[in-house]
Design a protein around this ligand. Structure first.
Ligand code: SF4
Length: 115
């Protein structure tokens, strides 16, 4: 952009660069805050849609305190004896509770898969 055009528009190249840097820094900050608050990254698998479950199935899921992210990295649905892995990548199932099950999830009925 020529100096004259910059003056006409009211923005200089330097102003544009400063604004771009501020936007990048702001975006990184928002992302960090969301992660720190327990927000999931958009790339993380989400198996929390229980809209198709009946009342009793939802009650069972809540009674066993299913969570989509295990608090214990040693106890995951993926290494639980009740886990039904998905045919491809995605949510799996469980022999005890209905609905989508995250391989990284957990509930109070976790039992180690026999080796
Ligand atoms: Fe996951 Fe609990 Fe089912 Fe085991 S019993 S697969 S920990 S939901």
């Amino acid at each position: 952009m020529t100096k004259r055009k910059e003056e006409e528009v009211g923005l200089s190249r330097r102003d544009l660069m400063k604004t771009s840097v501020k936007l990048v820094v702001w975006g990184a900050g928002v992302s960090s805050v969301l992660t720190a608050c327990g927000g999931k990254k958009s790339s993380e698998l989400d198996c929390t849609d229980t809209s198709g479950l009946s009342g009793p199935d939802l009650t069972m899921r809540n009674t066993l305190k299913y969570v989509d992210r295990s608090p214990d990295p040693q106890k995951l649905c993926s290494n639980c004896m009740f886990f039904n892995p998905p045919a491809q990548q995605g949510c799996g199932g469980c022999k005890l509770i209905k609905g989508p099950i995250n391989p990284k999830g957990y509930c109070t009925s976790w039992a180690a898969k026999p080796t």
